[in-house]
Design a protein around this ligand. Structure first.
Ligand code: PLP
Length: 342
């Protein structure tokens, strides 16, 4: 550690992303990417933008993309905020209460911003219990569907959390919503304390482009714009703005590929259950599973030897689970074959 930085920098415990191996041959089922690739229309829009205009700064407000998002969700552009990945959107949001088993970036941001937090335990079935969030707090955040469990909450439970904390910002991180949940965007007009974040990394298969967004009351969005403009005026580059806008406009590709992922998920769940795995109900593009007779780390090592990577978290309560992203049917079969007889 360089002596030039403060003790605070030394104390930071960063987020550890899933492995991005240099070997192209591995079957990557470890970071919840989408196997089907982005909309051809998004690729064409980005190719069209590969020109001399790149010498110019992009639109700092990303209006073209805001309009595409607003149109898609039937909201005003003043209700839409954009960021360089939803991780950046989340970084601009204050938060304090979140589930104990959840996205591991939340405690990392709290460390960076010096925000105290309270990790609320999931119930014994690994579900978020809305009533547990009805207590004094400085803000609430949870993913829906949750990560890494994949479990989804019904919209009325989300509403219960909003009603119990009318004076706090409640952030619903909908990174996986398109694989089986119901978006809370329909509630933003009734709850001025609600912010819904989404990403193009998962259901729109553009993890490499780094585009995320938030939808909420114009006053919340205006505050986020002020924070963003105090940090980086141009979080989205020119390619990202046109590519993401085209991805929102191409509903056909989006709906088709989401359906393929959902169908594959149901097949993989059945195949794993046939092998004796317990699989949590998933509404995401990954599943969370444990085997009563086999150690999770040993299983992860076993499939890795055969070229398949899955994610294992060495965290209390979930150390015996594997998080497995849904791939193409061939990739999923490679996983099932690699597990072999158990
Ligand atoms: C993947 C993920 C994100 C981040 O998405 P990016 O837009 O790629 O930064 C946010 N929240 C959860 C729960 C995720 O799993």
């Amino acid at each position: 550690m360089s002596k030039f930085w403060s003790p605070f920098v030394k104390s930071l415990v960063p987020y550890v992303p899933g492995e991005q191996p240099k070997l192209a041959k591995l079957v990557k089922l470890n970071t919840n990417e989408n196997p089907y690739g982005p909309s051809p229309k998004a690729l064409a829009a980005m190719q069209g933008e590969l020109n001399d205009n790149l010498r110019l700064y992009p639109d700092p407000n990303g209006d073209l993309l805001k309009q595409a998002v607003a149109q898609y969700y039937g909201v005003q552009t003043a209700q839409v905020f954009l960021g360089n990945g939803s991780d950046e959107v989340l970084a601009h949001i204050f938060h304090g209460l979140f589930p104990d088993i959840s996205y591991s970036f939340y405690p990392v941001y709290c460390g960076l911003y010096g925000i105290a937090f309270d990790a609320v335990p999931l119930d014994e079935h690994f579900q978020i219990r809305a009533s547990d969030y009805a207590k004094p707090n400085g803000g609430i955040i949870f993913p829906n569907p949750n990560a890494p469990t994949g479990c989804v909450m019904a919209l009325d439970a989300v509403e219960q959390i909003l009603k119990a904390s009318p004076d706090s910002v409640v952030v619903v991180d909908e990174a996986y919503i398109d694989f089986g949940g119901e978006t809370a965007i329909s509630l933003v007009d009734r709850y001025p304390n609600l912010l819904v974040t989404q990403t193009l990394s998962k259901s729109r298969s553009l993890a490499g482009l780094r585009v995320g967004l938030a939808v909420g009351h114009p006053d919340l969005i205006e505050a986020l714009e002020r924070i963003k403009n105090s940090f980086n005026s141009y979080p989205l580059d020119r390619l990202a703005i046109v590519g993401a806008a085209a991805a929102f406009e191409d509903r056909e590709h989006f709906e088709k590929t989401c359906r393929l992922v959902i169908d594959s998920r149901e097949r993989v769940v059945a195949q794993l259950q046939a092998k004796g795995f317990e699989v949590l109900p998933s509404a995401a593009n990954f599943i969370f599973a444990r085997h009563p007779q086999h150690d999770a780390a040993a299983l992860a090592a076993k499939v890795r030897e055969q070229g398949v990577i899955v994610r294992h978290f060495k965290q209390e309560r979930i150390a015996q689970f594997l998080r497995i992203s849904i791939g193409t049917p061939e990739q999923n079969q490679a996983l099932i074959d690699a597990l072999g007889e158990l």
